[in-house]
Design a protein around this ligand. Structure first.
Ligand SMILES: [Zn+2]
Length: 164
């Protein structure tokens, strides 16, 4: 079996989100939005019966499911959530501009363990993509754009990664 790279990108791998980096000493400490795109490379052994690594349609389905979890959501570090009701989170942070304090429906909020930098978000995406791909996949490489002209690239290598 030979190892092959599949490369996927496209207009459909686009999503929009709001986030905040409260400790940032500039504009990122204010809640703001980005339009983002994903491109990925999936490296794995070619299946001897099907002659593919993974069906492109399967990769597309997985990626769309994962980015749908972020699309049009408010993404924030869980440390800033200070109260919740059954249906909503209350989030507060102090920025260089003053204090933000907002209530948001839980279904429109993604709480991360860290600040939602593009580095953290691309790692979140690759983690969730990897766990849905078959075992012949050896590595997944995700490039996530944050707006125009800025991107993070993260590589998930199965041989060195911890279990997902
Ligand atoms: Zn930002």
């Amino acid at each position: 079996m030979n190892e092959t790279r599949l490369i996927m990108s496209g207009d459909k791998f686009n999503f929009d989100y709001m986030h905040v980096i409260p400790d940032h000493r500039g504009g990122c400490s204010s809640a703001h939005g980005h339009s983002s795109t994903i491109a990925l490379t999936v490296t794995g052994l070619v299946d001897e019966e099907r002659h593919w690594v993974v069906d492109f349609g399967e990769i597309k389905r997985v990626v769309l499911n994962v980015i749908n979890e972020l699309d049009h959501r408010f993404i924030v570090c869980k440390n800033y959530m200070y109260a919740q009701t059954e249906g909503s989170y209350q989030v507060r942070w102090r920025s260089i501009y003053g204090t933000f304090d907002l209530v948001a429906p839980k279904e429109r909020v993604v709480l991360l363990d860290t600040d939602p930098t593009v580095e953290a978000l691309s790692a979140w995406v690759v983690h969730h993509v990897v766990e849905q791909l078959p075992e012949n996949v050896r590595s997944v490489n995700v490039i996530m754009n944050e707006g125009v002209g800025k991107a993070a690239e993260v590589v998930w290598d199965m041989s060195t990664a911890e279990d997902v």
